[in-house]
Structure formats: C-alpha cells, structure tokens
Write a protein that binds this ligand. Structure first.
Ligand code: SF4
Length: 465
C-alpha cells in the first residue's frame, strides 16, 4: 500500500500534467478573484474589518473553555441536547446512537466538512442507513463516490457535460447540460428525499456563545430544508466555530461570503436556537448539537500554531495557492486541502505521515495575504517543516548537513570540495535518471545547476593580482 506521501506525489504529478484541469481551475479561480475583490471593496475599511475579525476569533480561541460552557448552557436551556465528541469515531457513534433511538432509516444532510473529517457517511451506511447529500456540489460528489474537491466548491473541477453524463448514468433525467436544467434535475430527486428523511444533519459556520445559537450560511436553501422538514435535527461542528457575541455575525457573515464565494452576503443565513418550542409552529422536535474535538485541543495547546483555529473555512487560501491550483483538491488526500489543510492536517492526523504537505508550498505567502482572519499560513508551514525535522531527522539530511557543516567550516576542505564537485558533475549526464544519480527525483525534470568554474575568492584574487 502506498504511503500518504507516495499517493500525493503520484496524484500531483498526474493532475499537474492535465491541461484541461489547469484550464478549468484557471478560468474558475480567475472569475472568483474578480468577484472576491469586488465584494471586499464593499467594506468601508477592509483591512480594519480583517483585523477586527482576527482579534475576535483570537479572543474566542483563547477563552474557548468559557465560551463553550456558555454556548452549552444556553443551548440546553431551550431543550437542545449537547454531546461532546473527543474523536471522530466518538462523533460517529454519538450520531449513530441518536439515529438508532429515533428509529431512523434515511438521513438528509447539508454540507458539513466536519462530517467528511470523521467519515460520517461511511459510518452511517455501515449501520444500514441511507444518507443523501443535499448540497448540489456534494450530491454530485456523492454520486461519483468521491470526497469534495474543495471546502467551498465541492465539484469545481467538473465540466457540466461530465455532470450531465453522471446524471444520465444514475438515471436522473435532465433536459440539457445547462446549469439550470442540471439544478432542476437534482432538485426533483432531492425534494423527495427531504420528505422521506427521518433525520436531518447539518454542519455549522459559527456557534454564538452569547445566545446559544448555531449559524448556518448557504446558497441553495438546502440546509434550511434539511433542518426544517425531518423531526430530528443534528448539527455537527468543530469546537473552534465559536463566536462570542451575536453582533459578531455582522462582521463575520459578509467576511465569510466575500472571501468564500465573492458574494457580499450568502443567500440564506439562518440561526438555530433549539428544537420547536411550545408556542412555535415549525422546527424539529429534537435538536442535537455534537461538538467535535478530534485533536483540536492539541492544536490549542500549541502556542505557536493555535491561531490556525481562527480559520472560518472560507477556502480563500486554496483559491490563491499556486500548488492547489495545479495539483487540485484530491491530490492532498485530506479533508482540508490547500494551505490551511497543509497546516492543520499534520496536527489532526500525525506530523510524520503528513509532513510532506508542508513542502507542498512555494512559500509565496499568497495564502497569508488573503486570509480574512490573518492566519500566517506560510509561517506555519515553515514551523511544521522545522518540527518534522526536529522530531525525526532523516538520516540522509542529517548526514548531508553534517558533511556540509564540516566542509564549510574548514577552508582547506572547502577549497578541495569545489574541484571535486566540478569533476563529479562531468559524470552526471551519464548517470542522470538512474539509480546511481544522487539527486534522481530532482534531476528527472530539472537541470542540475552547474558549479561555477571558479569560486568567488579565486575570481577576486585573479581580478586584483
Ligand atoms: S486559513 Fe484563512 S483563508 Fe484559509 S480557509 Fe481558513 S480562514 Fe479561509
């Protein structure tokens, strides 16, 4: 079986040679950049808004214990059942337990990256339940039996012709491959599923400690139907989704929309405060909130990188990342891809197995520059590289740098090394690409830079003699 690193390299190589994919990403993300800039321009003072958002999230993360207690107390006061899941497996078990108690057979689900993180669909299907994704992009990816390609645009890499072919294969009738026809075709399937579903599962964009409310933003109205029609509603969210006050949404909703999709505001913004109250005419009879840790508290305990918990999952850093744009979302093999995924995945899944993601970056800093909550992603990637090397230094790196340090600290050795290196390079074309090539992977697709014919000192001496 291939390691995560080998899989990443193989998929990255395949996709980066795919010109159709490159063209598709280029077109989509260039359009995104234009609308994002327009939406950010609608803020009276965007840099000040960004600074305020970073500070509010920083405060929330630094007082996470207090805000989570406040949120829980407020939710429970209105009859919501709050569950704590330490791990992904626990989250799945808690949700499966709620479904068993409700004697549920079918589940409708709106977009929730946390559910991807804990592999909820697979866990529920093992229990014999049918789970239907109601977000159009997620629905398409579910039909393809693939995870989302992007945290905001799950099927961004597909052309409409491919979606039509997929619908035809699944016997979903569509008049054409126009976006409207494809949407109407999916809608006809989905409407039935909402009515049949026993339980609705949603994610959350924010959780408001002050009022005990769950904030969900979406563009299709599917999360509203997911929450409103079934008798039982379950919301699964990471503990870092906390915002201290209701008023904070006035900043965070437009900030998320502008960075995420380039809209001034997302179409549907809903607050859920609990199950149906005696004087209310609609809403679920039961409301469960599952708060997921899954190693977030370990990240919280890291003073250098805890600010990564400020992330509002807008996806903006993915959209500007030259690596993501070339290798696509699936190459990463993680739930969260792009720069934020490369920063947090080693914390969530283990540093040594996922350290290669820290090298999947040119360190251009575009991610840091665009992040609406000012997470210094490029710096965190460097810290992950440093931590991985310190925790388990590679024999070859260690030996190589030891030899280098000996040579560089001894002028006589250094003088000797230059002509030896030049001599060795003469043989390089003969061994290039073979097992004898010391820089095999590197030189397969690049030229090894030539060692100059003389050192700087030799050059200087010659000039001044
Ligand atoms: S790290 Fe910043 S830019 Fe990237 S998804 Fe999170 S909030 Fe958005």
């Amino acid at each position: 079986m291939k390691t995560a690193f080998e899989q990443f390299m193989a998929e990255a190589e395949r996709v980066s040679h795919d010109l159709r994919h490159r063209q598709m990403m280029q077109t989509t993300l260039t359009k995104y950049a234009a609308v994002r800039d327009r939406a950010r321009g609608a803020f009276r003072d965007y840099p000040a808004a960004r600074q305020a958002a970073a500070e509010i999230k920083w405060e929330a993360i630094n007082h996470l214990d207090q805000y989570l207690e406040e949120l829980t107390a407020k939710l429970e006061a209105r009859g919501t059942k709050v569950h704590w899941a330490g791990t992904g497996a626990q989250a799945c078990e808690i949700i499966a337990g709620i479904l068993r108690a409700a004697q549920a057979r079918s589940v409708i689900k709106s977009k929730a990256m946390t559910s991807e993180e804990v592999h909820l669909n697979a866990a529920l299907e093992r229990e014999g339940l049918t789970v239907v994704e109601s977000d159009l992009g997620e629905f398409i990816m579910q039909l393809r039996h693939e995870p989302p390609y992007h945290i905001v645009f799950p099927s961004m890499h597909l052309a409409r012709g491919e979606i039509r072919a997929l619908f035809e294969r699944e016997k979903i009738e569509t008049a054409s491959d126009n976006p409207e026809d494809l949407t109407m075709a999916a809608r006809r399937v989905m409407r039935k599923k909402y009515i049949e579903a026993d339980v609705g599962i949603t994610g959350a964009n924010f959780a408001i400690a002050e009022t005990g409310m769950i904030s969900v933003t979406e563009n299709e109205g599917n999360a509203r139907l997911t929450a409103a029609l079934p008798k039982t509603m379950i919301t699964l969210l990471g503990i870092e989704k906390i915002l201290p006050r209701l008023a904070d949404l006035a900043l965070f909703l437009p900030l998320l929309a502008s960075s995420g999709t380039g809209q001034p505001m997302t179409c549907y913004n809903t607050l859920y405060g609990g199950p149906r109250q005696p004087d209310e005419t609609d809403g679920p009879e039961e409301f469960h909130v599952v708060l997921l840790d899954n190693r977030r508290t370990e990240l919280l305990a890291d003073p250098e990188q805890r600010d990564a918990l400020r992330c509002i999952r807008c996806g903006a850093c993915l959209n500007v990342c030259p690596i993501f744009r070339n290798v696509g979302g699936h190459a990463y093999g993680t739930t969260y891809s792009g720069p934020i995924g490369s920063v947090i995945t080693p914390h969530l899944r283990g540093l040594q197995d996922w350290k290669h993601l820290s090298n999947a970056s040119s360190l251009c800093g575009a991610c840091t520059e665009t992040c609406p909550v000012k997470i210094d992603l490029a710096h965190h990637l460097l810290q992950n590289r440093r931590n991985a090397a310190a925790e388990k230094p590679s024999f070859w790196w260690r030996t190589g740098f030891r030899i280098f340090s000996r040579i560089i600290n001894r002028p006589a050795l250094y003088r000797l090394a230059a002509p030896i290196g030049r001599l060795a390079q003469r043989f390089h074309p003969l061994v290039k690409g073979t097992g004898l090539d010391p820089a095999r992977a590197w030189t397969l697709t690049r030229e090894l830079p030539k060692i100059p014919p003389e050192t700087f000192k030799e050059y200087w001496r010659k000039r001044h003699d």
